[in-house]
Design a protein around this ligand. Structure first.
Ligand SMILES: [Zn+2]
Length: 287
Protein backbone atom coordinates (compact mmCIF):
# COMPACT_ATOMS: atom_id res chain seq x y z
CA UNK A 1 0.00 0.00 0.00
CA UNK A 2 1.41 3.37 -1.02
CA UNK A 3 2.01 5.95 1.69
CA UNK A 4 -0.73 8.52 2.12
CA UNK A 5 -0.30 12.17 1.16
CA UNK A 6 -0.24 13.07 4.85
CA UNK A 7 2.52 10.56 5.67
CA UNK A 8 4.64 11.70 2.73
CA UNK A 9 4.25 15.37 3.68
CA UNK A 10 5.18 14.66 7.32
CA UNK A 11 8.13 12.58 6.10
CA UNK A 12 9.44 15.56 4.11
CA UNK A 13 8.82 18.01 6.98
CA UNK A 14 10.81 15.82 9.40
CA UNK A 15 13.41 14.48 6.97
CA UNK A 16 14.43 17.84 5.53
CA UNK A 17 13.77 19.87 8.70
CA UNK A 18 11.20 22.15 7.15
CA UNK A 19 10.23 23.23 10.66
CA UNK A 20 11.93 23.18 14.05
CA UNK A 21 10.42 23.23 17.54
CA UNK A 22 9.47 26.76 18.55
CA UNK A 23 8.93 27.96 14.96
CA UNK A 24 6.15 30.43 14.27
CA UNK A 25 4.70 29.42 10.90
CA UNK A 26 2.50 31.61 8.74
CA UNK A 27 0.60 29.58 6.13
CA UNK A 28 -0.22 31.60 3.04
CA UNK A 29 -3.75 30.51 2.08
CA UNK A 30 -5.52 31.46 -1.15
CA UNK A 31 -8.78 29.58 -0.69
CA UNK A 32 -7.56 26.91 -3.12
CA UNK A 33 -6.94 23.24 -2.33
CA UNK A 34 -3.13 23.30 -2.15
CA UNK A 35 -2.66 25.86 0.60
CA UNK A 36 -5.75 24.54 2.43
CA UNK A 37 -4.17 21.07 2.58
CA UNK A 38 -0.88 22.54 3.89
CA UNK A 39 -2.81 24.45 6.59
CA UNK A 40 -4.81 21.33 7.48
CA UNK A 41 -1.76 19.06 7.86
CA UNK A 42 0.33 21.62 9.77
CA UNK A 43 -2.55 22.51 12.10
CA UNK A 44 -3.29 18.85 12.81
CA UNK A 45 0.34 18.11 13.70
CA UNK A 46 1.31 21.51 15.18
CA UNK A 47 1.58 20.21 18.71
CA UNK A 48 3.82 17.21 17.98
CA UNK A 49 5.98 19.37 15.66
CA UNK A 50 6.20 22.03 18.40
CA UNK A 51 5.12 24.86 16.12
CA UNK A 52 2.69 27.73 16.33
CA UNK A 53 0.63 28.43 13.20
CA UNK A 54 -1.58 31.17 11.76
CA UNK A 55 -3.08 31.72 8.31
CA UNK A 56 -2.42 34.72 6.06
CA UNK A 57 -4.77 35.49 3.20
CA UNK A 58 -4.28 38.19 0.59
CA UNK A 59 -7.49 39.74 -0.61
CA UNK A 60 -6.57 40.57 -4.22
CA UNK A 61 -9.83 42.38 -4.95
CA UNK A 62 -10.79 40.26 -8.00
CA UNK A 63 -14.58 40.56 -7.63
CA UNK A 64 -16.59 37.43 -6.93
CA UNK A 65 -13.53 35.17 -7.05
CA UNK A 66 -11.94 37.06 -4.13
CA UNK A 67 -15.18 37.16 -2.14
CA UNK A 68 -15.56 33.37 -2.40
CA UNK A 69 -11.89 32.89 -1.50
CA UNK A 70 -12.21 35.05 1.62
CA UNK A 71 -15.33 33.22 2.79
CA UNK A 72 -13.60 29.87 2.27
CA UNK A 73 -10.43 30.75 4.21
CA UNK A 74 -12.58 32.02 7.10
CA UNK A 75 -14.35 28.64 7.24
CA UNK A 76 -10.95 26.92 7.03
CA UNK A 77 -9.53 28.95 9.95
CA UNK A 78 -12.65 28.31 12.05
CA UNK A 79 -12.51 24.58 11.29
CA UNK A 80 -8.81 24.35 12.17
CA UNK A 81 -9.19 26.76 15.14
CA UNK A 82 -6.23 28.87 14.08
CA UNK A 83 -5.97 32.68 13.65
CA UNK A 84 -6.56 34.15 10.19
CA UNK A 85 -5.04 37.45 9.07
CA UNK A 86 -6.20 39.19 5.89
CA UNK A 87 -4.12 41.66 3.90
CA UNK A 88 -6.15 43.81 1.54
CA UNK A 89 -4.22 44.77 -1.61
CA UNK A 90 -6.73 47.34 -2.78
CA UNK A 91 -6.46 49.22 0.52
CA UNK A 92 -2.71 49.50 0.13
CA UNK A 93 -2.64 50.28 -3.59
CA UNK A 94 -5.81 52.36 -3.89
CA UNK A 95 -6.95 50.21 -6.84
CA UNK A 96 -7.39 46.58 -7.84
CA UNK A 97 -4.10 44.83 -8.63
CA UNK A 98 -5.11 44.03 -12.21
CA UNK A 99 -5.62 47.79 -12.71
CA UNK A 100 -2.10 48.25 -11.31
CA UNK A 101 -0.83 45.59 -13.76
CA UNK A 102 -2.54 47.39 -16.64
CA UNK A 103 -0.93 50.72 -15.68
CA UNK A 104 2.45 48.99 -15.62
CA UNK A 105 1.75 47.26 -18.98
CA UNK A 106 2.37 43.90 -17.34
CA UNK A 107 0.44 40.63 -17.30
CA UNK A 108 -1.74 40.30 -14.16
CA UNK A 109 -0.21 36.92 -13.24
CA UNK A 110 3.33 38.30 -13.21
CA UNK A 111 2.38 41.23 -10.95
CA UNK A 112 0.33 38.93 -8.71
CA UNK A 113 3.26 36.52 -8.34
CA UNK A 114 5.68 39.31 -7.41
CA UNK A 115 3.25 40.82 -4.87
CA UNK A 116 2.43 37.46 -3.26
CA UNK A 117 6.09 36.57 -2.71
CA UNK A 118 6.82 40.08 -1.43
CA UNK A 119 3.98 40.21 1.09
CA UNK A 120 4.50 36.65 2.31
CA UNK A 121 8.00 37.59 3.38
CA UNK A 122 7.60 41.14 4.60
CA UNK A 123 4.33 40.56 6.46
CA UNK A 124 5.68 37.42 8.18
CA UNK A 125 8.75 39.37 9.29
CA UNK A 126 6.71 42.29 10.60
CA UNK A 127 4.18 40.00 12.31
CA UNK A 128 6.94 38.07 14.12
CA UNK A 129 6.68 34.78 12.18
CA UNK A 130 9.94 33.12 11.12
CA UNK A 131 8.55 30.67 8.55
CA UNK A 132 6.16 31.01 5.59
CA UNK A 133 4.50 27.84 4.25
CA UNK A 134 2.98 27.78 0.76
CA UNK A 135 0.96 25.28 -1.25
CA UNK A 136 3.44 24.78 -4.13
CA UNK A 137 3.13 21.26 -5.52
CA UNK A 138 4.97 18.99 -7.96
CA UNK A 139 2.93 20.23 -10.96
CA UNK A 140 3.92 23.81 -10.07
CA UNK A 141 7.60 22.87 -10.08
CA UNK A 142 7.32 21.26 -13.53
CA UNK A 143 5.68 24.45 -14.89
CA UNK A 144 8.29 26.60 -13.15
CA UNK A 145 11.24 24.65 -14.56
CA UNK A 146 10.00 24.55 -18.17
CA UNK A 147 8.91 28.18 -18.16
CA UNK A 148 12.32 29.30 -16.88
CA UNK A 149 14.11 27.09 -19.42
CA UNK A 150 12.08 28.70 -22.20
CA UNK A 151 12.90 32.17 -20.85
CA UNK A 152 16.58 31.35 -20.36
CA UNK A 153 16.47 31.94 -16.60
CA UNK A 154 18.38 28.84 -15.53
CA UNK A 155 19.63 30.55 -12.35
CA UNK A 156 16.08 30.61 -10.96
CA UNK A 157 15.81 26.85 -11.36
CA UNK A 158 18.88 26.35 -9.16
CA UNK A 159 16.93 27.90 -6.28
CA UNK A 160 14.05 25.42 -6.53
CA UNK A 161 13.75 23.51 -3.23
CA UNK A 162 11.26 22.33 -0.62
CA UNK A 163 12.92 24.61 1.91
CA UNK A 164 14.74 27.90 1.48
CA UNK A 165 16.64 28.78 4.66
CA UNK A 166 16.14 32.15 6.32
CA UNK A 167 18.57 34.97 5.57
CA UNK A 168 19.09 38.37 7.19
CA UNK A 169 16.31 39.81 5.00
CA UNK A 170 14.00 36.84 4.49
CA UNK A 171 12.09 34.33 6.60
CA UNK A 172 12.43 30.58 5.90
CA UNK A 173 10.17 29.46 3.05
CA UNK A 174 8.78 25.94 3.05
CA UNK A 175 6.77 23.94 0.49
CA UNK A 176 5.40 20.87 2.29
CA UNK A 177 3.62 19.63 -0.89
CA UNK A 178 6.81 19.80 -2.96
CA UNK A 179 6.64 16.13 -4.04
CA UNK A 180 2.85 15.78 -4.21
CA UNK A 181 0.90 15.96 -7.47
CA UNK A 182 -2.09 18.20 -7.94
CA UNK A 183 -4.57 15.37 -8.50
CA UNK A 184 -3.46 13.68 -5.25
CA UNK A 185 -4.02 16.94 -3.36
CA UNK A 186 -7.46 17.38 -4.90
CA UNK A 187 -8.47 13.89 -3.82
CA UNK A 188 -7.02 14.34 -0.32
CA UNK A 189 -8.93 17.63 0.16
CA UNK A 190 -12.14 15.98 -0.99
CA UNK A 191 -11.74 12.91 1.22
CA UNK A 192 -10.97 14.98 4.33
CA UNK A 193 -13.72 17.52 3.49
CA UNK A 194 -11.25 20.39 3.76
CA UNK A 195 -12.92 23.75 2.91
CA UNK A 196 -11.84 24.68 -0.63
CA UNK A 197 -13.19 27.46 -2.89
CA UNK A 198 -15.03 26.18 -5.96
CA UNK A 199 -13.92 29.08 -8.17
CA UNK A 200 -10.62 29.38 -10.03
CA UNK A 201 -8.88 32.70 -10.54
CA UNK A 202 -10.32 34.31 -13.72
CA UNK A 203 -6.75 35.03 -14.85
CA UNK A 204 -5.63 31.41 -14.37
CA UNK A 205 -5.54 30.53 -18.06
CA UNK A 206 -3.37 33.58 -18.80
CA UNK A 207 -0.58 32.23 -16.60
CA UNK A 208 2.37 31.20 -18.80
CA UNK A 209 2.69 27.90 -16.95
CA UNK A 210 -0.94 26.83 -17.30
CA UNK A 211 -0.62 25.04 -20.65
CA UNK A 212 2.77 23.56 -19.77
CA UNK A 213 1.31 22.02 -16.64
CA UNK A 214 -1.65 20.57 -18.49
CA UNK A 215 0.57 19.19 -21.25
CA UNK A 216 2.31 17.05 -18.63
CA UNK A 217 -0.99 15.35 -17.70
CA UNK A 218 -0.75 13.14 -20.81
CA UNK A 219 2.91 12.32 -20.20
CA UNK A 220 2.27 11.44 -16.56
CA UNK A 221 -0.73 9.27 -17.49
CA UNK A 222 1.38 7.31 -20.00
CA UNK A 223 4.43 7.06 -17.71
CA UNK A 224 3.52 7.47 -14.03
CA UNK A 225 6.32 9.05 -12.03
CA UNK A 226 7.42 11.33 -14.86
CA UNK A 227 6.86 14.58 -12.94
CA UNK A 228 8.81 13.38 -9.93
CA UNK A 229 11.71 12.07 -12.00
CA UNK A 230 11.78 15.24 -14.11
CA UNK A 231 11.95 17.59 -11.12
CA UNK A 232 14.44 15.42 -9.21
CA UNK A 233 16.79 15.10 -12.17
CA UNK A 234 16.66 18.77 -13.10
CA UNK A 235 17.46 19.66 -9.48
CA UNK A 236 20.44 17.30 -9.61
CA UNK A 237 21.57 18.88 -12.86
CA UNK A 238 21.49 22.46 -11.60
CA UNK A 239 22.64 21.87 -8.01
CA UNK A 240 25.81 23.78 -7.30
CA UNK A 241 25.43 25.83 -10.48
CA UNK A 242 25.16 29.60 -10.45
CA UNK A 243 25.35 29.87 -6.69
CA UNK A 244 28.65 31.62 -6.08
CA UNK A 245 28.54 34.48 -8.56
CA UNK A 246 25.31 35.96 -7.26
CA UNK A 247 25.79 39.06 -5.19
CA UNK A 248 24.38 39.26 -1.69
CA UNK A 249 21.03 41.10 -1.83
CA UNK A 250 20.73 44.44 -0.06
CA UNK A 251 17.82 45.89 1.91
CA UNK A 252 15.42 48.12 -0.04
CA UNK A 253 15.83 51.68 1.21
CA UNK A 254 12.06 52.08 1.59
CA UNK A 255 10.79 48.77 2.97
CA UNK A 256 13.80 46.59 3.86
CA UNK A 257 12.92 43.79 1.41
CA UNK A 258 15.83 42.12 -0.42
CA UNK A 259 16.87 43.70 -3.71
CA UNK A 260 19.95 43.83 -5.94
CA UNK A 261 19.67 47.62 -6.25
CA UNK A 262 18.60 50.35 -3.81
CA UNK A 263 14.84 49.99 -4.31
CA UNK A 264 12.94 46.66 -4.46
CA UNK A 265 10.69 45.65 -7.36
CA UNK A 266 7.49 46.35 -5.41
CA UNK A 267 8.54 49.80 -4.18
CA UNK A 268 9.53 50.61 -7.78
CA UNK A 269 6.03 49.57 -8.90
CA UNK A 270 4.52 51.74 -6.17
CA UNK A 271 6.57 54.73 -7.31
CA UNK A 272 5.43 54.21 -10.91
CA UNK A 273 1.73 54.12 -10.00
CA UNK A 274 1.93 56.94 -7.45
CA UNK A 275 1.65 54.93 -4.21
CA UNK A 276 3.90 55.73 -1.26
CA UNK A 277 6.78 53.18 -1.29
CA UNK A 278 7.59 51.32 1.90
CA UNK A 279 4.23 52.03 3.49
CA UNK A 280 2.67 48.69 4.36
CA UNK A 281 -0.79 48.34 5.85
CA UNK A 282 -0.68 45.45 8.30
CA UNK A 283 -3.18 42.60 7.87
CA UNK A 284 -6.31 42.51 9.96
CA UNK A 285 -7.12 39.53 12.15
CA UNK A 286 -10.56 38.21 11.17
CA UNK A 287 -10.68 34.79 12.90
ZN1 LIG B 1 10.86 48.11 -1.08
Amino acid sequence: MAKSVEERVLGLIRGEHLVRRGDKVLVSVSGGKDSAVVAWILAKHAEELGIDIALLHMDQGIGEYSQTALKTVKTLAETLEVPLYVHNWEKEWGKAFHAVAKRLHRAPCSVCGVLKRYYQNILAKRMGYNVVATGHNLDDSVGFIINNLINGQVEYISKLAAVLPETKLTVRKIKPLFWIQEHEIRRFAREREIPVADKNCPFQKLAPTYKIRRAFDDVEAARPGTRRAFVRNVMKLVSGANHDERTEPRACKYCGAPTNGDVCAVCRMKLRVGVEPGKIIMPERVV
